[in-house]
Ligand binder design. Structure first.
Ligand SMILES: [Zn+2]
Length: 202
């Protein structure tokens, strides 16, 4: 599934939730949901999120870059007497480096829990409320949407390598798949344009 569809579904769901609980739109929440809904595809060198991170968008650059980032965090954790936050960041980046697209950590429940823990902890450091909930919403939606595609995802990685998918799936990058994704985006856009004024000026 395309990155923009994931981001669109994240934004749409967040606005729909704000609307249903009559809350005002929270912009930091919206940004966190958007980033979280793109994050699982960090395992793909050409994904939207890597467009802003990697100097060159190919597989070997991705592997080398994230291995180095991971080692830097592990080294910092070593200097700070094994601080577990830095250690988990280091391990996470090494796992991102070695996993190929949709076959590893980032498309699993373990990834969801690990990244949410890091996001929640970071939110605490910077005093931003509810980061973990916004993050889990965006990230979780990405996993559910990818389960709607024919390849599925390794939900229980690293404990089981089997791919799980929803009962009804569609093929990404196929004609029907693209039409479904475009349709979701247009419907979402109409809904957002229609609802936004009432949510912002509530
Ligand atoms: Zn994905």
């Amino acid at each position: 599934m395309k990155g923009k569809t994931h981001a669109g579904i994240g934004v749409l769901t967040f606005i729909a939730i704000c609307n249903s609980i009559s809350a005002r739109l929270n912009f930091s929440g919206l940004i966190i949901v958007t980033i979280a809904s793109l994050l699982p595809d960090i395992d793909h060198p050409k994904s939207i999120i890597n467009r802003y991170i990697l100097p060159f968008r190919n597989k070997s650059t991705k592997t080398v870059f994230y291995t180095c980032v991971g080692i830097v965090f592990l080294w910092y954790s070593f200097l700070h007497n094994g601080e577990s936050y830095l250690q988990s960041l280091g391990i996470t980046f090494v796992l991102i480096a070695i996993s190929s697209h949709r076959k590893g950590l980032t498309h699993s429940l373990t990834g969801l829990i690990l990244f949410s823990f890091i996001a929640g902890y970071t939110g605490n450091i910077y005093n931003i409320d509810n980061v973990i909930y916004y993050f889990m919403l965006g990230y979780g939606l990405h996993l559910v949407c990818d389960m709607g595609t024919n390849r599925g995802i390794p939900l229980f990685y690293p404990f089981r390598n089997k791919n799980f998918k929803l009962p009804i799936t569609f093929r990404t990058n196929s004609k029907v798949g693209n039409i479904i994704e475009e349709f979701i985006m247009i419907l979402g856009l109409l809904y957002v344009v229609y609802q936004l004024p009432s949510i912002i000026y509530r």
